[in-house]
Structures are given as C-alpha cells and as structure tokens.
Design a binder for this molecule. Sequence first.
Ligand code: GAL
Length: 655
Amino acid sequence: MPENLSLGVCYYPEHWPESMWADDARRMVDIGISRVRIGEFAWSRIEPSKGDFNWEWLDRAMDTLGQHDLEVILGTPTATPPKWLIDAHPDILAYDAEGRPRKFGSRRHYCFSSLTYRREAARICTLMAERYAGHPALFAWQTDNEYGCHDTTRSWSPEAGKAFRLWLQDKYQGDVHALNTAWGTVFWSQEYTDFSQIDLPNMTVTEATPAHLLDFYRFSSDQVVAFNRMQCDILRAATPDKPIIHNFMGIYTGFDHFKVSEDLDIASWDSYPLGFLDVAPFPLEDKHTYMRQGHPDFTSFHHDLYRACGKDGRWWVMEQQPGPVNWAHHNPAPLPGMVRTWSWEAFAHGAETVSYFRWRQAPFAQEQFHAGLNLVNNDEAPATPEARQVAAEISELANTPVTGKAQIALMFSYEAKWLFDIQPQGASWSYWGLVLTWYGAARRLGLDIDIISPDADISAYKIVLVPSLPILPDGFVARLKNSKAHIILGPRTGSKTEDVQVPDTLAPGALQEVLPLQIRHSESLRDDITLDGKFGASDVGASRWLDHVATDLKPAAMSDGTGLLFAHNNLSFFTTVPDGPFIAQLLAELCTEKGIATTLLPEHLRIRRRGDVVFAFNYGPDGATIPDNIRSADGALVFGSWDLPAAGTACWRST
Ligand code: GAL
C-alpha cells in the first residue's frame, strides 16, 4: 500500500473489555487499516486520582495494536480534565459570555488562560511523553482534541481577564493612552487611565467598542497558540522524530489555524460532511439536494485549507464520518458509496491518512446515535465494506504523487471573519458565504485551488482570489505590486485599519496606491434584494453590499449606473457581493488570458488532480457523465466509470 495513502480509525480501548482488543486489532488490519488514534479523552483512566497512575492498561492497548503492526497516534488527554482536578482547582473552568463558569460533566471545560491548567496539562503531557517515547507502536502525537469545539476558545473567566490585561500591556507597550487612541475610547467616555481597569468585552449594555472585541478575539486565539505550543515543546523534546498533529474542525474560526499550525508537523481535521451541511448556512435547496452526500465544495474547501496549514502541505483527515452523526439538527445516513467517495476526495486533495470515527458505536453516554465502522454488537456497519474497497483501490494506485501547487489561490483570513462578526453592518453579510461562493465557482470550472493565508507569498500564482480582506496585513500592497498574478479583490477589502478604524484616506485604504479608486460611502442590502447588472454582454447578479466610489476608471460591470466591478492593471475590485455565475465568468475570462484550462462541469460533479492522477466525484442525487475533454487520452480508468452513479468516484491518469 503506498505510504502516503493510508486508512486509520479512532479507537477507545477504555470503552471495551480488554478481551476484545486483539480481535479488534486483527479486524482493523483485515479491513486495510494501518493507523489507530487512541487516548485523547482517557485522563480519568490514566490518573483516577491525583498522582495515582494507572498506565498499565494503556501500555497493553499500545502493545496489542503494535503486535498487529498498527501505528498509533496517541492523543494527549487534555480536552477532558478529570473531576478530581476540577474540584481541586475550579480556576481551571472556562466561563461563558454571561460570566458563568461552565460546569464539569461533558468535555472541553477548561479555560486556555488558566495558569493552573497550563501547569497540569504540561504535567500529564510530560508523563505521557516520557512513558511512550520509546514505544514501538507510537507513530505520532495528537495534541488535545478539537481546540475550540463547543465554542470554547473564548472564555470570560477571571483568569482570562488577568491574562488579557497582560496581553494588552504587552501589545500597547505599557501605554494606556495608545490603547485609548487605538480603541477610540473617547467615544461614549470609555477612556482608561490604567490597564488594571480594563475588563473583558462581555455583559456591556450594548456592543463593546469593536477594537476591544477584536483585540479580545486576537488574544483568545493567541492563548490557543500558546497552549498548543506548550504541548508541542514537551512532545518534541521527548520524541523529536515523531510527527505532532492536531485535529481541527469544520467551519470553525475561533482561532487562527495558520498560527496554531506553525507548531505542528501535520494538520488534520474532522470531516463530517452531512453534519456540516445541516448546521452550516447553506440555502435550503442545497440542504435537500445534498442531504446524503454533503455539499460538493464544503468538504474540499476544508481539505485545501488544512493542506495550507500543515508543514510542507502535510495533512490528514483524523475523523471521517462513517454514517449518521449525533450532533447536527438532523442526522441522515449517507448514500451508499459516499463514505468511499469522501475518502477519495480527501486523498485527491493530498491527504496522507483518512481515519474513520469511530471503530465501534458506543452503547453508552453522549454519542450513542453516532455510527462507527461496527455496530454496538460488533456486526459490521455499512461503512466498513466501503472502507475495505478504498483500501483495495489504494493498492492500485502505487507511487501516487503528492499534490502539486495549484495555479490559483484563494486567500482565507480568520481576522476578516472576526471583524465581520463584530461589525457586520448588514445581517445578510456572510464571510463564509462569500468565500464558499468564490471557491465553488472555481471548482465548478474544474480548477484546483490552493488556500493561502493573508501573509502567504503570492508570487507563484497566476490568479489570486481575495474574497474580502478588510485589514490589509503589513506588506500586502508591496506584494501586490511585485506579483504577476491577477488579483481579484472582494468587497470591503482595505476598508479598516489594524485598530478597526476607517482609514484616513477612506476605503480601500493603502490599496489606493495601486488602484485609483476611493469609496465615498457603502450600503448593505437585504439578502432578498438582487442587483441586476451587465458584465460585457452578460447579465450578472450581485447582492448584500454596494460601495459607491469616486474614480476615473470605467466600471467593468455595472447595475443601474453604479459600478459593481472595476479593473486596473492586474487588479479586479468588486464593490458588491457577486453571485456564483458572476465571479465564475470573471474567473473563466482570466483563466483564458492566463492559459489555464477550464471545463464547466455538470452541476454536481467535481474533479481534483493529485499529480497526474485525476479524480471525479459525483455529489448529485442522480448519475453524471464525466466530460470527454477531461478523460484520459486512451479512455482507460484506474477505477470507476465515465458515467458515474450517484455517490460515485472515478480515477484516471492524465498522461
Ligand atoms: C468530533 C470529536 C469526537 C466526536 C465526534 C462526533 O467533534 O472530536 O470526539 O465527538 O466529533 O462526530
């Protein structure tokens, strides 16, 4: 089996009698699984009371898995501080935005700012690292589990308050007047004379000042970075050659994942396509069409995002949905074939490992309804034959190349998301909506896309999509000037300073050095209002936002006499939120100019290249035909068929 394509599973030996472990391991290998993640919630079994350790069961679990040549990803158990620890140190608890401590009784109840918890987490990580550093089954570490899950990045605890004040003193170099100026506290008499007076921005009568909120969001993100770094330092010191991984989430932006990933070797995420379709803000029509498949672009967007996070593009799916989940509003079952298709879509985007969650459905506690590869009684669940098929197909793809750099990049900014949460200026404004529309338009044209951070080097790309970047990072305009790429800038780009203020030169701020246009005023629109426009000879649609500009440039698209799109040298600038076909038309024209081939794919079909291997995925409820012009020259397939059934996957070599 190629090493860079492997299957894994999440396993909880502590949930099952030890007499089952060896058979579980044997059956994992039989399916074609080679990696197993364990341990991430096991603290109460490792240390049932302070200093009273019981490592032996975990030793035996590691031994059993190792005896079957399974490679173990061992999770540090810090997502679930045990009861005795919380009782001894209630200052570990996170507080909600209403200022109430979150209680023990589920998970992720700790505050990232608790110094007691930093110490305790370091203690358990150190002991675990020392104990298993030399274990032959240890393949990698997972730090904690899903930072931020259940909305836990931001804590409004007294501990967070103390840490925030220190963070502010550091940021403003001890100068409270600098903070007053940055935050604009003269407004509504909010001025401070000492850092000790500053509180967390919750429970205010109406909104807190936006810069106070944004600094709190930045601080909270930095606390996750610091907590993860503490664990990585310990693990790396004990096992310099073992990769360190964290499992991120979907549609979660509470902290900057690019920054947390700087300390990791491999980024991974937990992919639950049906759960996310149900909870994410997709139109009802999409929720119906893709109910059993997941949205065709949502999962792949995250694959590309986390590929951007991992060192040298190394990334995994640590938890892959195998059937109904338990946590969405509604939890349908996937179409037969979909678990296989999700697995291949991940590999197509460059995943090294796809690991199913979980081995066996739990008969007790919170996740009883969550499917696994096995039913509670140990019969195989519907996902297992599909996993077995993926394992067999993997062996047909020997020497699978790694994913190369794409020609097109899309810039994703966590800070942009925070800023729009703080000051949306229109209930229908949606950063996710904007980003996914632009990404989806490119995918529909059959393009591979790299996601990049706002600080990324853009020199190697031919086209860069920036759906919106209100605060321009240092050096951004210089990078635009030096880039040969065509850069498409979305609405509100350059509209704020680092301190969430209107630039002295008005929006789009420093962009005016390269784009002769100034925004005089902006309006937000209801999402049921459409701006009908003309782009060349085509009718186009836009919505939600409209900037009114002063410029000598002639609009490239307009509606009712107002410019929707302006172009200048290698820049295109939207003053509105273009709909999918509008952005797709601009993109297709630019691709033609840049010599990048596009194919308008059937509505529910998507493709992705991994080196010379091309994959196609059918997310539609019915069959779909792969267009002739993208098929292999000799008509040969590695697997699948040119007429793909619903939930089908095919793969061929382009050379
Ligand atoms: C993830 C989490 C797992 C499990 C799973 C259920 O968010 O990491 O522990 O709860 O969801 O889908």
